[in-house]
Structure formats: C-alpha cells, structure tokens
Design a protein around this ligand. Structure first.
Ligand SMILES: [Zn+2]
Length: 72
C-alpha cells in the first residue's frame, strides 16, 4: 500500500472525469459510484436512498426506517 498520495493526486478517471481512487481491477465504475455518492450526490437523493433502508429495532421488535431509527 502506498499512502503518500493525497486525494488530489489521483489521476483523472477515464470513466467519469473526476480525480478519485481506482483499483483498476475491471470494476472502475464502482469507484466512480463511490466517489459520486461521497462527493457529488445531492443531499436529498442520499437521504431518499437511505430512508429506504430499514433497521431491526430489537427493543420494539419491528423494522423501522433508518432515518427514524436514529431520530428516536
Ligand atoms: Zn470515475
């Protein structure tokens, strides 16, 4: 592992045009997706996606949306 490179030192991705880490293992689009979700995805989109994730509430014994789980 070479950790001397900072985020800004990554080569420009040929797929998405942004500079981000890539494993060059044939699954580069996953790195693009990860970069997009981390840096570019609108807050509303991210919240909408995460709001669909349900978490098992062991106390109440029900599935609750992730957003409600952390609010309560
Ligand atoms: Zn990319």
């Amino acid at each position: 592992m070479n950790s001397k490179y900072k985020a800004t030192d990554y080569p420009t991705c040929e797929l998405c045009g942004y500079k981000h880490h890539s494993y060059n293992d044939g699954f580069d689009y996953l790195d693009c997706m990860l970069y997009y979700r981390t840096h570019l995805e609108p807050k509303e989109v991210k919240e909408a996606r995460e709001s669909q994730i349900e978490i098992w509430d062991a106390v109440k014994k029900v599935w609750v949306p992730k957003k409600d789980f952390y609010q309560s």
